[in-house]
Write a protein that binds this ligand. Structure first.
Ligand code: ADP
Length: 517
């Protein structure tokens, strides 16, 4: 069938569409009132208020895979796009809002069952509406020998976060959520259903044990994409270690980042630094315990002359490095000596264990994340520019080398200055590469601040790409720009992905336009 990339029918036959949806999922599971639909706006968005492209026309909350299939078929018949969300909390990147005009939100919060847990093989099989809080609680009560890898904010879901290729902070491979998933069930744009990997074998006994199955490995097609809706996901869990020791280092100077990353890379590659260790910049760290007002009552950005005072007040460094150790006492002690000695070579370095920092410190909450306990402490960062501020993240990847990390940070710092913003950088070092999560926070009530921050985000994406640094995940507002940066070979990647899209979704029903596809 030929693809129809024409705009979808607007409100045509909206009444008939809603009737069909109500018949499929029940009256109460179709939301059309303004208050109900306000839940499907990104509360932290940098876009001007009431930006129509990101406003849902209706929302539907199926309770089962069969109901998801029915919704997709109805939407196809009525030629209306559906936009799936699991818990709708992917908030630095657009959250619960659709990226397509006129979309029906397909909200899977009611599909919230933990379907299976295996203690022996350390995995869980979950539905999309299971949040990290839910899963952690369930596992802590029934399977205390297992840990769940959690991202910074625990209100999102393993399914949504894995779909977006998010990360957490346990040891490898658990911190890379896509790498640690095993087996998907997927509703296709025609309403059909498939299982990936070993799940394709009727009566399979290893769906959550072996990732690849037979033939082409399809799971990647269902991440950051609009080719299917994940309705079940297998995730691997970490066996609880005998001992656990979180730690923190602080480094006083901006340019120390170079040395920190050069020391860290070989330790990560050798597995001595075992987890997805993070390096947080001064103002991001300060936002855990202070607000910008305290230092700049007249408004920001904070001038560098104040940095030493902030470091002294908060007892933090310009760079603040968090890691954790897992294993037996003997291994932990031996590796700690190696880690400590390596970083102690940087002048002015200090190191702390949990008991060395005050209660409520950032180390205390990082310690919970690095041992798989979800929380919301990082929301405090949003208060930096104004109480309950908005935010958008720009997250370029670069090689895990000192000079690259420093150059990428300096590029971001200079652009932030030019746009009147503070630089807040959270660097997650994977071994060979690092994700530099640039957090842009702003006063949600200021149209001017929003405009400046969106301009800054656009400039960061463009400048990063010009230097060979691609963004790994993006806010809806930037997805076309980011997609266009992956243009090698005359847009070969995008052209091929669009061929797939047109083949499996010729009516452009499922999240058309997601990530430029
Ligand atoms: P979270 O559950 O972590 O809060 P969201 O529900 O906000 O994440 O989802 C983030 C994005 O991931 C959505 O906008 C959508 O593009 C994609 N997504 C979420 N859930 C699914 C799913 N079950 N299948 C396919 N894509 C999904």
């Amino acid at each position: 069938m030929a693809s129809s990339r024409a705009p979808l029918a607007a409100a045509r036959n909206a009444g008939a569409l809603l009737d069909d949806l109500r018949t499929a999922v029940g009256e109460d599971a179709v939301i059309t009132d303004a208050l109900g639909l306000s839940e499907y706006l990104d509360p932290y968005s940098p876009l001007p208020q009431g930006h129509d492209m990101y406003r849902a026309a209706a929302a539907v909350r199926p309770a089962s895979t069969e109901e998801v299939q029915a919704v997709v078929r109805i939407a196809a018949r009525h030629r209306r796009p559906v936009w799936p969300v699991s818990t709708g909390r992917n908030l630095a990147y657009g959250g619960p809002a659709p990226g397509t005009p006129n979309a029906i939100m397909l909200d899977m919060r009611r599909m919230n069952r933990v379907l299976e847990v295996s203690e022996r093989y350390a995995y869980a099989l979950v539905e999309p509406g299971v949040s990290y809080f839910d899963l952690h609680k369930f596992i802590a009560v029934h399977y205390p020998q297992l840990w769940v890898d959690v991202p910074d904010l625990g209100w999102g879901s393993p399914v949504g976060n894995t779909a977006e290729r998010g990360n957490g902070y346990l040891a490898a491979p658990y911190s890379d959520h896509f790498a640690a998933h095993c087996g998907m069930e997927v509703v296709l744009p025609d309403g059909g259903l498939l299982r990936t990997g070993m799940g394709a074998l009727p009566g399979a006994t290893t769906w959550q044990l072996y990732q690849y199955g037979f033939g082409p490995y399809l799971d990647g097609l269902f991440s950051q994409s609009n080719l299917g809706i994940i309705t079940k996901l297998g995730i691997w869990l970490m066996p609880r270690p005998e001992r656990y020791r979180p730690y923190m280092f602080t480094f006083p100077r901006e340019h120390d980042l170079d040395a920190v990353v050069e020391i860290l890379r070989p330790l990560r590659l050798a597995g001595v630094v075992q987890n997805a260790a993070t390096i947080r910049s001064l103002l991001l760290e300060a936002a855990g315990g202070a607000t910008r007002d305290q230092y700049c009552p007249g408004g920001g950005p904070v001038p560098p002359e104040l940095y030493p005072q902030i470091m002294a007040d908060q007892q933090i460094g310009f760079w603040n490095f968090y890691g954790a150790q897992y294993g037996t006492e003997a291994v932990i002690d031996a590796w700690w000596e190696q880690i400590r000695a390596a970083f102690a070579g940087i002048p002015g370095a200090r190191w702390y264990l949990e008991e060395d920092r005050p209660p409520g410190s950032v180390l205390a909450h990082r310690a919970r994340r690095m041992s798989g306990t979800p929380g919301l402490e990082d929301l405090k960062i949003l208060d930096w520019a104004a109480p309950g501020g908005g935010h958008i993240n720009v997250s370029p990847i670069c090689p895990a080398s000192g000079p690259d990390a420093l150059a990428q940070y300096q590029m971001a710092r200079d652009l932030c200055r030019r746009h009147g913003q503070d630089i807040m950088s959270d660097i997650i070092v994977g071994g060979r590469e690092l994700h530099q999560i640039l957090m842009i926070v702003f006063d949600r009530d200021s149209a001017e601040a929003k405009r400046q921050c969106l301009d800054l985000a656009v400039a960061l994406v463009a400048e990063a790409a010009a230097r060979g640094w691609g963004v790994y995940r993006t806010h809806l507002a930037l997805m076309n720009q980011v997609a266009a940066t992956y243009s090698w070979g005359d847009d070969a990647l995008m052209r091929f992905t669009r061929i797939l899209k047109d083949a499996v979704d010729p009516g452009q029903v499922l999240a058309p336009g997601k990530n430029g596809i």
